[in-house]
Design a protein around this ligand. Structure first.
Ligand code: BGC
Length: 282
């Protein structure tokens, strides 16, 4: 693929305002997902969760300094504007792999350390010329799943884990997000869990799915001891491989895979921008 790609979306088909008059009236926001390998963005219908523009992706610049990433985001959003997908008042949300407080990252385990305390929200607002809201990437996935996916309408405590380069977490209590849980950094075998059992760690350690699932089950048991989730949702790249390890993965709570694999970050960031911090009530 070329450096800048317009990706097909595996998830629900886009609403077409020309054939669906209600689609045009729905609030929309730009969702941006900053990952370790790619920066992706699209316009999201906040009522249906559908992507209503192409999903545009560029490689994450290396090193992924705030300035370089923000320039990449700027180019992607310029392309959405050139395609006629934006209006000037449309807000944007950006999902990032770290704890977000007051428009800045305060941790950066899997992204350039230059992000820590950098005024990212302000810089993005200046580059994009619109209001921007930052959110943790796993929290964004949680918002997407509770609004439109596997956590929708599920009462009680839902634990979502995104398993990829790191391990991200979102904890939903009766549909409301408790943000910044950061369970990838829970101590497991005297290190942060994600250093042993994220998707990247599994590859680095060259361990098979059965062994990985055994270790991941121990980690789930640790979390279950404290939070007693009613449902565990597995997201991130590793959830696509569930068929290879699901039979060995044990937990007290039932497990399901996330509905959104490639677009949860985009959809959830857009929801955060639109001010949806909890599941729609309908
Ligand atoms: C970060 C989290 C993030 C997760 C997945 C972890 O290393 O601390 O904030 O959600 O990676 O990207």
């Amino acid at each position: 693929m070329s450096e800048t790609d317009v990706l097909p979306s595996a998830e629900p088909a886009s609403a077409d305002p020309s054939t669906d008059p209600s689609a045009a009236a729905h609030a929309r926001a730009i969702g941006i997902d900053v990952g370790g390998t790619g920066v992706k963005a699209a316009v999201v219908d906040l009522v249906t969760g559908e992507l209503v523009s192409p999903r545009i992706r560029e490689k994450t610049p290396q090193p992924a300094t705030p300035e370089a990433v923000i320039e990449t985001v700027g180019r992607i959003v310029d392309r959405l504007a050139e395609g006629g997908h934006l209006d000037p008042t449309m807000p944007a949300g950006a999902g990032l792999p770290g704890v977000v407080k007051r428009g800045r990252l305060v941790t950066a385990a899997n992204i350039d350390k230059g992000w820590v305390d950098y005024a990212a929200q302000e810089a993005l607002e200046a580059r994009l010329g619109r209001p921007v809201r930052l959110i943790n990437d796993a929290d964004a996935a949680g918002l997407a799943e509770v609004a439109f996916g596997a956590a929708k309408g599920v009462p009680g405590t839902v634990l979502l884990l995104t398993i990829g380069t790191g391990i991200g977490s979102a904890l939903l209590i009766d549909g409301k997000l408790l943000d910044s849980t950061e369970f990838g950094h829970v101590p497991y075998r005297r290190k942060d869990a994600e250093l042993w059992i994220s998707g990247a760690a599994r590859e680095r350690r060259a361990i098979g799915w059965r062994r990985w699932a055994g270790e991941f089950s121990e980690y789930l048991a640790l979390l279950e001891k404290w939070f007693w989730p009613d449902l565990i949702i597995l997201g991130g790249g590793v959830s696509k491989e569930y068929a290879k390890y699901g039979k060995w993965l044990k937990s007290r709570a039932p497990q399901v895979t996330a509905r959104f694999l490639n677009t949860s970050g985009i959809i959830g960031a857009a929801l955060a921008a639109g001010g949806h911090e909890e599941a729609p009530t309908d």
